[in-house]
Design a protein around this ligand. Sequence first.
Ligand code: ADP
Ligand code: MG
Length: 345
Amino acid sequence: MSEKRIEISQLGEFGLIDRINRQFTLKNESSLKGIGDDAAVIQASGDECMLVSTDMLVEGIHFDLSYVPIQHLGYKAVAVNVSDIAAMNGKAEQITVSIALSNRFSVEAVDALYQGIKTACENYNVDLVGGDTTSSAAGLVISITVLGRAPKSKIVYRKGAQVNDIICVTGDLGAAFMGLQVLEREKQVFMADPGMQPSLEKYEYMVGRQLKPEARTDIVFDLEEAGVKPTSMIDVSDGLVSELFHLSRHSEVGIRIYEDKVPIDHMTFETAVEFKLDPITCALNGGEDYELLFTIRQEDQEKIKKHPDIHMIGYVHDRKNERVMITKQGNTVPLRAQGWDHFTE
Ligand code: ADP
Ligand code: MG
């Protein structure tokens, strides 16, 4: 009798999470939202809710310390967690930090890591309230859990996008991906000839976006000021198309975006061309931008129209399996998600 074995790559990351999710049902009334959004939602007292999210960074998978300064890594680990709370329209307040270290790391390295964590805690006004420290056979693992808060009525989920809503994205896309390409190239050059000094000046913006991303807590604040509550929201961690698919699937709606509306910084564009990559593909599928992607009602359009960092890239329609992009030439092409899937890479 042959033993049955399912490879994880057959399911992929999302398939695996779905499989885990199916085995559990929420028993406590206070568990308002479990697996499936940027953060879990837990009823605290009255209208107040707690938001909880966790993210793990693994050396060799998510970062390469040969070109990532360890203090930047600490900063990024906090920022990406705070970003998930922002994606729920909430405010991050506390973090716990767990690390696993091999004996390759010195006390100075841990100090530098926590220097970055501290800077992020100050910038985002969050408190470090605990964690865990252990050893690892090889490499560094950082797992951060963030706790946030929002009134129940203010929370925005991945579901909730309505037909005719406008799709908005903040900042610009693809820069973090291009930053990674630049760093990888410089590493190859350096390994071939250690005397070569990396020439990163020209690529400063993109490298900065890769090494030191910021959570868009400013946008959560600006939307509140403008009196706009998005109908759905997610942060762009895996790539715009991958996140559009999440909004589409959870909201059971179709998506139409316009190529010429997708925000790409001019340096990202030029660098993509230099690397013989298609700039729009980098913007659509690059990932790690940590911008916010959200939908708003048509009547709210006026209130944020003048915001310099919010771009309206398309709209929501009723054919839920139709996720398309109108190209610059006017052709309608299906969007294809190529988010980072660590199990199939
Ligand atoms: P994000 O990209 O916003 O961090 P993920 O794609 O990592 O979200 O996770 C999607 C959802 O699946 C989240 O609700 C997360 O908490 C949940 N999740 C991920 N991995 C696991 C796991 N191993 N066990 C339980 N829930 C998980
Ligand atoms: Mg997220």
